[in-house]
Structures are given as structure tokens and as C-alpha cells.
Design a binder for this molecule. Structure first.
Ligand SMILES: NC(=O)C1=CN([C@@H]2O[C@H](COP(=O)(O)OP(=O)(O)OC[C@H]3O[C@@H](n4cnc5c(N)ncnc54)[C@H](OP(=O)(O)O)[C@@H]3O)[C@@H](O)[C@H]2O)C=CC1
Ligand SMILES: O=CCS(=O)(=O)O
Length: 253
């Protein structure tokens, strides 16, 4: 049986690096995301090594997610690993200045999108049983509050608790669930968050040593390929040069 990995958000950052990492190990790839041209470029890059199936997919579209899973070609239908990676932060400004739509977009993508894909693939993962994995991408923002994180951090707290609760319900099926919670990693994340401010992105990642997409892809691969009797519940990972912020105090002038 050819094992496949189903990756959401394979067009950039962690998801694209994960596609390359799992290809190295011979997994058939189901690569999804909204940007078709990027999916096709990755398909062209990797299809000499492994079987690749690309699906232009918005995880917020419940019906499209179900259709994509139901119509997986037979060669890709043994999904041993689900990488729930698609997600985004928007609106770094304070909560009181945010456009409501940005909050909705984060909830719809990071919470409802992740739930849509998980629900659609659970029957397959349970059928295949021991050794299969759901790897959810949370964030340090799900545990550690900071200014401008508002709904983003809250969506990632959802991802953490949903992962633990899934573990409970999946006991006895052999399906593993891990929440990987990265800190600062250089991808297109900040470009998306700032709606295209390259200078802000360069400034955040400049003069320090952030994690790379490949660093996180390696962790995704690690947790998903452990011996079948092991489950890493939560894996928080930061660059050595990043630590927690301190308490903030409001003072009179
Ligand atoms: N970089 C960081 O510092 C950290 C990132 N994370 C999380 O890691 C995950 C990956 O982010 P990262 O690689 O950094 O960022 P990127 O912006 O580089 O990649 C995000 C990916 O998510 C996809 N995506 C976004 N919205 C949707 C949607 N509605 N439907 C389908 N796919 C979507 C994008 O694809 P497309 O636009 O083509 O649809 C893209 O492939 C996210 O969940 C993010 O919250 C967590 C902690 C730290
Ligand atoms: O999830 C991303 C990491 S951070 O920008 O919230 O620190």
C-alpha cells in the first residue's frame, strides 16, 4: 500500500517544505491550496520522485473539501498523514481597530477550515488505523498572549484543545493527533498578516535567526513517522533567540 500525505496550504511556507520532506521519504502527495499555479509548480518539481495529486482547494469551503476527499484517486486514497497546516493571521493592530471581516477570515480558515478537513478525512484515517497521524499546526500564539494576537491566538488555542479532545475520541483507533506549536518562522506569514508589507516582514525576521519552513517540516515528518505506539501530543518549538514577552503595565504619565 502506497502511503499518502494530505497537506493543506502546500503552496507556501511549512506546507510546501513538508511536501518536499515527505517526497524524500517516498510518500504520495496530495497537495492543496488556493493558488493553482504554485501547486502546479510544486507538482512539476516533485512528480519525478513520487506520485503527486494537486487540488485547488479553499479549506473554508466545506462542500469542496468533502468532494476533494471523496474523489481522491485510488493511488492517493491511503492517507496515512493529514497535515492540517493551512492558516493565517491578519490584522496585527489592536482588537479595537480591527475590521470584523479579518476576524471572521481567521476563524473560518484556522478553525472551521481545519475542522472541515479533519471531519472529511477521519473515516479514512480510522480505516487505515495504527500508524496514521493528524498533525495540526497551532502556534505559540495559542498559549502565550501578546498585543495584536486577539483572534489569531484564540484560533490556535482552539487547535490545541481540539487536538487533545480528538485524541480522547480516537483512543482505540490507532490514529495519532499532534499539535505542533511553532514560534517565529520566516515564511510568507508576516507578508499575509500585514497585507503585503515586505519591509515589515523583513524587519521582523532580520538581525536574528528565525526558524525556517524546513525546520518545521522536519518536526511534522518526525511526529508522523514515529513508531505506531507513540503519540506526541504537543510540540512547542521556537528559535533559540526568541523567548516570552514580559508583563505590560499601564502607567500614569
Ligand atoms: N510562520 C510562523 O511564524 C508561524 C506560522 N504558523 C502557522 O503555520 C501555518 C502555515 O503558515 P506559514 O507556512 O508560516 O505561512 P504561509 O503564508 O507561507 O503559508 C500559509 C499557507 O496556508 C494556505 N492557506 C491560507 N488560507 C487558506 C485557505 N482559505 N484555504 C486553503 N489554504 C489556505 C496558503 O495557501 P493559498 O494562499 O495558496 O491558499 C499557504 O499555502 C499556518 O497555520 C500558520 O498560522 C504557526 C506558528 C508560527
Ligand atoms: O503563529 C505565529 C507566531 S507569532 O507571530 O504569533 O509569534
Amino acid at each position: 500500500m502506497n502511503k499518502s500525505v494530505f497537506i493543506t496550504g502546500a503552496t507556501s511556507g511549512f506546507g510546501r517544505a513538508a511536501a518536499r520532506r515527505f517526497a524524500e521519504a517516498g510518500y504520495a502527495l496530495v497537495l492543496t491550496g488556493r493558488r493553482r499555479e504554485r501547486l502546479e509548480a510544486l507538482e512539476q518539481e516533485l512528480s519525478g520522485k513520487v506520485a503527486v495529486h494537486v487540488i485547488e482547494l479553499d479549506v473554508r469551503d466545506e462542500a469542496a473539501v468533502k468532494k476533494a476527499v471523496d474523489e481522491l484517486p485510488q493511488k492517493f486514497s491511503s492517507v496515512h498523514v493529514l497535515l492540517n497546516n493551512a492558516g493565517l493571521a491578519l490584522a496585527p493592530e489592536p482588537a479595537q481597530d480591527v475590521a470584523l471581516q479579518d476576524w471572521h477570515t481567521m476563524i473560518d480558515t484556522n478553525v472551521k477550515g481545519l475542522v472541515n478537513v479533519t471531519h472529511a478525512l477521519l473515516p479514512t484515517l480510522i480505516r487505515l488505523g495504527a500508524g496514521t497521524s493528524i498533525v495540526n499546526i497551532g502556534s505559540t500564539a495559542g498559549k502565550w498572549p501578546y498585543k495584536g494576537s486577539h483572534v489569531y491566538g484564540a484560533t490556535k488555542a482552539f487547535v490545541e484543545q481540539f487536538s487533545y479532545n480528538l485524541r480522547c475520541d480516537l483512543q482505540g483507533t490507532g490514529v495519532r493527533v499532534t499539535d505542533i506549536a511553532p514560534g517565529m518562522a520566516e515564511t510568507e506569514f508576516t507578508l499575509v498578516r500585514t497585507k503585503g508589507d515586505q519591509a515589515a516582514s523583513d524587519q521582523l525576521y532580520g538581525n536574528t535567526t528565525p526558524m525556517s519552513a524546513e525546520d518545521i517540516a522536519e518536526q511534522m515528518f518526525y511526529v508522523a513517522t514515529l513508531p505506531a505506539h507513540l503519540n506526541i501530543n504537543f510540540l512547542e518549538i521556537q528559535p533559540v533567540r526568541q523567548v516570552w514577552a514580559g508583563m505590560a503595565v499601564d502607567r500614569d504619565e
